[in-house]
Design a binder for this molecule. Structure first.
Ligand SMILES: NC(=O)c1ccc[n+]([C@@H]2O[C@H](COP(=O)([O-])OP(=O)(O)OC[C@H]3O[C@@H](n4cnc5c(N)ncnc54)[C@H](O)[C@@H]3O)[C@@H](O)[C@H]2O)c1
Length: 305
């Protein structure tokens, strides 16, 4: 058992990771400024400290006795990052560097970081492997790539153990703070309330949807690693968005109309991961199929908690 600090642990993914850490017997401290989440999301077994990752007083308090940090705090809305890149850079990049400085001072030198497939932009090859070139095509992705570079520097200069997890498209039960930009919750909510589903590119885009609990479990699996590590975290299956909609219709037993929104500049046509490296390193695997995960998601949205 170890003591883990989860930054952003109030958020959608962080609250899942916190729950699984508590389930597996770890002691958990959550640090979150509540800018985009609901504190009721946090598992009662964890200690919640309300504060910002850029506030050294709060980070030092949160780091007391901690063995490793799972760093999930960050602003996440891509279109907002396009409108206000300075806000995203201050919060995500400078906030992280400030957290790293506190970690150095407190002697906590292991960090697991929530990165994103956004760092790859439009990939040259599919499936995407970790050695693919990074060319993020929006400021949010650029903040993730910048943070990865700082983590490399803290590994090289100060001996930090670093595990970077590049998430593909997480989905599943759990309360999301607005604006909800994720495809699956929007499709499920529209279907359940018998509204139209708006689709870009006629749903021909290909994505890699990974069930939230499988994604969260990877954070626990990598805790034992040392050194500098980068892993893709996906199901390794490219699925067309329109096929996801059909599975949802199939599960609920009816259809709703689809609105064709045409194309959208800046969208990546296809991305899906190779997660071979993670499987080999720690024996992680995705257990929940897309159909099963969608069933659980639909059940959640029928009666959200
Ligand atoms: N959800 C996705 O599709 C996805 C995909 C790839 C990567 N990620 C990354 O995973 C992490 C978690 O994402 P999520 O979907 O749970 O988002 P979320 O918005 O639900 O959670 C992020 C949490 O971070 C907190 N936060 C933001 N800035 C902070 C700061 N300066 N100090 C303290 N707390 C702060 C927010 O209050 C929120 O509770 C993020 O780093 C995100 O970039 C998410």
């Amino acid at each position: 058992m170890s003591k883990i600090l989860v930054t952003g642990g109030v958020g959608y993914i962080g609250s899942w990771v916190t729950k699984l850490l508590c389930d597996s017997g770890h002691q958990v401290v959550v640090l979150d400024n509540l800018s985009h989440g609901y504190k009721e999301n946090v598992d009662k077994r964890a200690k919640l400290i309300i504060g910002d990752i850029a506030d050294p007083k709060k980070t030092k308090e949160a780091l007391s006795g901690v063995d490793a940090v799972i760093h999930m705090a960050g602003l996440i809305v891509v279109p907002e990052s396009v409108k206000d890149p300075v806000k995203y850079t201050k919060n995500n990049v400078l906030g992280t560097v400030s957290l790293l400085e506190s970690m150095k001072e407190e002697g906590v030198k292991k960090i697991i970081f929530s990165s994103s497939a956004c760092v790859y932009g439009t990939p040259d090859k599919l499936p995407i492997k970790e050695d693919a070139p990074l060319h993020p095509d929006n400021p949010y992705g650029a903040t993730k790539a910048a943070i990865e570079t700082f983590l490399q520097a803290y590994h090289a200069n100060f001996g930090f153990d670093v595990i970077i997890l590049r998430y593909f498209n997480p989905y599943g039960p759990g309360r999301l703070a607005p604006p909800i930009t994720h495809a699956i919750p929007n499709f499920v909510k529209a279907t359940l309330s018998k509204k139209h589903i708006p689709l870009y590119w006629k749903g021909e885009q290909i994505r890699d949807f990974i069930y939230i609990e499988d994604l969260a479990q990877a954070h626990i699996d990598v805790l034992k690693l040392t050194g500098f590590n980068v892993f893709n975290l996906g199901m390794e299956k490219g699925v067309k968005i329109k096929d996801v909609v059909q599975i949802i219709f199939n599960i609920v037993g009816y259809t709703v109309p689809i609105d064709d929104l045409g194309g959208r500049p800046g969208d990546v046509h296809a991305n899906y991961a190779s997660s071979e490296k993670l499987k080999e390193a720690v024996g992680w695997e995705a257990r929940v199929s897309l159909r099963e995960g969608l069933k659980r998601t639909i059940n959640y949205y029928k009666n959200p908690k």
